[in-house]
Every structure is written in C-alpha cells, then in structure tokens.
Design a protein around this ligand. Structure first.
Ligand SMILES: Cc1ncc(COP(=O)(O)O)c(C=O)c1O
Length: 443
C-alpha cells in the first residue's frame, strides 16, 4: 500500500476501513464545510451576525422535517425561530440531550426555573443492552438523575408486551420512551409504530423520542422509507447526517413534532439579540453557533432527492451483499437481518462443533473473534469494528454475550473485492487462531 500522507491519522476514505463511520467526503458537502469556515457566520444572532445563513439553516431543518413526515407550517407563517420545529446540533449526543430536556419540561413544566424537585418522575425507558449511552448521560447532565428502565428486546427490537408491562408497573415515573431507528450496534430499526401505540395507550403524556441517527438514511428513498414508518408520531427525532450521508463531521439535528415545544427550553439573556430569528434563544448549551448546516444544504442542492435516494439505496444494497457473503461462508454466521448499513457476524471455529457445553462453546467463539479483531487492529490492513452484544435473535444461544465483528457499508468506494477481501481475511485470521490454539494444545 502507498504511504499515507498523514501516517498518524486513520484513513476513513479507504475502502478497507469497513467497520465504522462515514467517509464524509462528498465534494459538495466538503465545499459547504470549507465555505462555512471562510464566511465566519454566527447563527447565535441573525440580523447583523448571520443575515442569510440563518435562513439556509431554516431551509435545511424544514427539509429534514418534511423527509421524516412532520408537518411544516407554510413558509409565510414562519415568523420566528419558534416556528421552525428543530435545531441544528453538533452531534447525536447533543440532540438526544436536548430531547431529554424537552421530555423533562413536558413531565414537570417549569423545571428550567425551579430545578428538579422530584427526580422520581424522570425515568426513561430504553431497550435493554442496545441503547446509546448519550440518553443516560443526558439525564445526568440535565440533573434528572440517571434512571433507566431497561425493557427486554427480541431480535434487537422492544418486546412490546414487556414494554406495555414496564409502563404499567412504572406509572407516573416515566418521562420518556426512547426508540432506535437504527441502534449503534446492529442498526436494527425499531417497530416505531408499535412502540408509539403501546406508549400512547399506556400514558398520553409520555414523551416519545426516536433516535434516528442512522435511520435518517431511509427518509430519502421511496424504497426504504417504509422501514421508519410511524416516526412522525414521535415527539422528537434525532438525525445525524454526519453518520449516513457522506457529510463531514459534525452535523446533527433535533426535530420536534410541535415546533412551539422548543419554547419550554429557551433561555433568555440580553446578550443574545431578542429578535425573531436568533437561534441563540433556542439552542441549549451553545453560544457562538457555527454554520454547520451549510454542508447538508450543499449536498442536498447538488444531488437532489433522487441522488440522495440512490446513495442511500446503494449503501443498504452493499450491506445486503455482504450479508449474503457471510451466509455463504461455512465459517461465519450472521447475528441479525441487516436493516441499514451494519452487518454483525461471528467467525465460527471448527472446534465449535466439538465444544462440550454451551458456555464453553460461546467462550471459544468469543475468544476467536476477539483475537481476530485485535490482529486486524494491529495489522492495520483491513478494519472491522467490534463490541459486545446479547445474542438477541438466539443465533448461537439466546441471551449470551458475544463479540461479533461488524462490517459497515458506509463508504461509496466499496466494491465486491473489498467485501470478499475483508471476509476472507477475517476467516484466514480465524484459521490462524485455530492453528495457534492447537499448537498450544500440542505444546
Ligand atoms: C444510535 C446513536 N445515537 C447517538 C449517537 C451519538 O452521536 P454523536 O457521536 O454524533 O454524538 C450514536 C453514535 O454512534 C449512535 O449510534
């Protein structure tokens, strides 16, 4: 391989870097990022600080809302930032934190002024073992106490009967139910409509938050949109264009079903212009506010909805292709049906079949896969990601903790040879591990 220009940096654009993140190298989006740096607009205020950038940002937020199925007020009725129905944030962590603030104010209006008086009311429901840490951290950051009610899942989605039971058992305690339109591990998309219906039936006042950092991808395509059906019934939705749309870091948005709900978390200072379109009034945790949204505006203007739909469909199709390769390989096994870009799979050692009991069989598989991953990181030739996850679909043993390898189809330069290449390499490492294990046995 040629020497990298920046040897101490990862090369995310390489089609051998296949486990994590987005290349973020769309030319239009990159140009938007550079332009935003050069123009030095500050969206905290509008009139003198960001005369037109603010309106580009509003356009981007309205596009995103429309894509998710939220109703936008007619343009002529957008008279203030309170009519827009969303804010641009640095990343999904921040968007999720803003959502938790909204949930808190919804559960106990006026907490912004009075502080938390009864933390027992601020529990949130999350799917067991697959939630992202950001919502838990958010509860701590906003002083609501980290109270998570974890509900069992089946196939990486809420078990709806158990969700119903958890809501009944915790009546009056739950401020929000969080659902993942693409979780951080297998990127499985929740049954959003089902979660919505069960939650609303249990208690109309519970805030429904969808984390669609990954699931946003589906919103662009007529063929994929059905996967996120029901999302527009949620009170708030987090999207992360920097994860799925070739937009360079960082860019996220928090979108709300009812635009005026953002008023509940507004803060006032005479240092921020009290003018209709000053986003500083409506964006918690942020003072000076860079023009992050220009990257997405340039991307959307350049490719149009059809171009972005093609980008999304190609990525999902590549994940399906990789899944088929995993299925065809006798030494690998897939942990889930891929909904989006992720395919999590395990190398199965030959000796797996001879393991004497379930526990030692899982230990064997985990040992092999962790070794493969360590070797991959050390070699730096191919990259797949790894994490722990419960075998929720019962592929090896339901509920067992396993350490899969994860492929991610988030690179437009991925060709068939990269998919076969990385899989063959993982299998070759697995075989090398087995040979070394047997060598140890003989020693
Ligand atoms: C489902 C989900 N939500 C939120 C986040 C946090 O997003 P960010 O890293 O943009 O803050 C991630 C990050 O991987 C994620 O996978």
């Amino acid at each position: 391989m040629p020497e990298p220009w920046l040897p101490l940096c990862k090369n995310e654009a390489s089609p051998r870097f296949l486990g994590f993140g987005d290349t973020g190298d769309d030319v239009a989006a990159l140009a938007g990022g550079v332009l935003a740096l050069f123009t030095q607009q500050n969206l905290i205020n509008q009139s003198f600080d960001s005369p037109s950038a603010t309106f580009i940002e509003i356009t981007v937020l309205r596009w995103l809302r429309e894509l998710l199925g939220f109703t936008n007020p007619p343009v002529q009725d957008v008279m203030t930032v309170w009519d827009v129905g969303g804010v641009i944030a640095h990343g999904g962590t921040m968007s999720n934190t803003v959502a938790m603030m909204l949930a808190r104010e919804h559960a106990a209006p006026g907490t912004m002024e009075c502080g938390v008086t009864d933390p027992g009311r601020f529990a949130i429901v999350v799917p067991r073992g697959i939630g992202h840490y950001s919502v838990k951290s958010a509860l701590a950051w906003i002083g609501a106490g980290s109270q998570l009610i974890e509900v069992d899942t089946a196939g990486f989605r809420y078990d709806l009967a158990k969700l119903e039971r958890a809501l009944a058992e915790n009546q009056g305690r739950v401020m929000a139910v969080v659902a993942y339109a693409g979780d951080s591990r297998t990127q499985t998309i929740e049954n959003l409509q089902g979660v919505h219906d069960v939650t609303r039936a249990a208690d109309e006042r519970i805030w429904l938050h969808a984390d669609a950092c990954w699931g946003l991808l589906c919103a662009f395509s007529d063929h994929l949109r059905h996967k996120i059906a029901g999302i527009s019934g949620f009170d708030s939705v987090t999207v992360d264009p920097h994860k799925v749309m070739a937009v360079p870091h960082a860019l996220s948005a928090l979108l709300v079903r009812t635009p005026a709900s953002l008023r509940t978390i507004a803060s006032y200072s005479d240092l921020i212009m009290q003018e209709d379109f000053a986003f500083g009034q409506v964006t918690p945790f942020v003072g000076t506010k860079g023009w992050l949204s220009l990257k997405l505006w340039m991307l959307m203007r350049t490719h149009g909805r059809t171009g972005l739909a093609a980008m999304a469909e190609k990525r999902v199709a590549n994940a399906q292709r990789f899944a088929a390769l995993v299925d065809a390989c006798p030494r690998t096994i897939r942990l889930h049906e891929p909904d989006l870009l992720a395919v999590a799979f395990l190398y199965l050692p030959v000796s797996y079949a001879n393991a004497t009991d379930h526990v030692s069989a899982i230990e064997l598989v985990n040992h092999a896969n962790r070794w493969i991953h360590e070797r991959m990181l050390a070699e730096g030739i191919w990259h797949l990601h790894q994490f722990s996850i419960r075998d929720d679909a019962g592929i090896l043993r339901k509920g067992a903790t396993v350490y899969p390898l994860r492929f991610m189809a988030a690179n437009p330069h991925i060709e068939a040879e990269h998919m076969t290449g990385v899989l063959d390499h993982a299998v070759a490492l697995g075989q090398a591990w087995e040979a070394s294990e047997h060598a140890e046995d003989r020693a």
